[in-house]
Design a protein around this ligand. Sequence first.
Ligand SMILES: Cc1ncc(COP(=O)(O)O)c(C=O)c1O
Length: 392
Amino acid sequence: MKQDTLITTAGRDPENNYGIVNPPVYHASTIVAPTLEEFRERRKHRWEPGVFTYGRQGTPTHEAFEVAVAALLGGDRAVAMGSGLAAINAAMLAYLKSGDHVLMVDSAYGPARSFCDKFLGRFGVETTYYDPLIGAGIAELIQDNTKIVYTESPGSLTFEVQDIRAIADEAHKRGCVVIIDDTWSSGMFFKPFEHGVDVSVIAATKYIVGHSDVMMGVITTTDEQWQRIRQSASDLGANSGPDDIYLALRGLRTIGVRMRQHHINGLKLAKWLQARPEVVEVLHPGLPENPSHELWKRDFTGASGLFGVVLKPYRDEAFAAMLDGLKLFGMGASWGGFESLILLTDPASIRVATHDRWKDVGPTLRIHAGLEDADDLIEDLEKGFERLNANA
Ligand SMILES: Cc1ncc(COP(=O)(O)O)c(C=O)c1O
């Protein structure tokens, strides 16, 4: 089945729902069993498809969503979590104990780093950050106690594409699990399990929900990893609620068309920005000049709307004048919704393994190209640059 057909059909079961296209929203904490035997049977098989024991363990609404996400990513099973960060935490905690070691990509989402440094650090888990462009060189950093090689591709803020296949091959030789934060593509343009990934985490909050109104995460795994991941998700109890699950499933049904437009708008903005005199570099792997372009072309079939821009130095007042006056770009910490967003970022402030690469680089912007007309977005940015220059 082709991807667009999969997106619109996976997880649906109208035959068993009076012909109604979408699943009902089951509001459940208690789920009763008719007999003791049945109660025990359900407990025994509680993570198998079609078995429901308690609201926190999921309902048929959750299952419809999870089946659809697993199908989109090419994984075997998925479990929804209360946020993207909860998905990251549950996936990592499935494999770690005191004394273990994690290899974490230096371009990982900030709060995932903080979870490693502060939370896992308190429990005696050590984290080493590595260069996103390391490829097979990851082998040299793997220690006897390394349990996880954590990847995010393209990375947060600087958008390097990682050679996931090369990293996974080395990680597997030494018995490590490979986790990817695949939120940027959200299953659309990159198929993590074809590249050797064991566990994918996605902030469904972004493109899957797609409408800036729900927090949710989803972990997708191979059959081999499923029991550990599902146990960890269950132990942490950070499940998602029924109405949110319903909205996420509704969002997922249109992710194909939305992502294609994000791709078009993002690249149009990126190319326009490249030609601006205020811009030093546009950090978008879809641009031929980008160092990650070849890898992106090899492994990805498209781009989302999120990318970075390195600017020449300006006074803070000039940035404020530029950003405060934008009409179509909101200043918000999230992305992946239908609307455009812009943020002033500072990669150097959190980088360790690649600090030298970023320490002298000018101020950077993170832009999310939404679904507005790209020409209107360009006009808004053009006026923004006029204000930047007027206040330089
Ligand atoms: C790449 C990436 N991963 C994970 C998350 C976390 O998702 P959530 O905000 O749903 O916890 C974010 C949020 O911005 C993100 O950008």
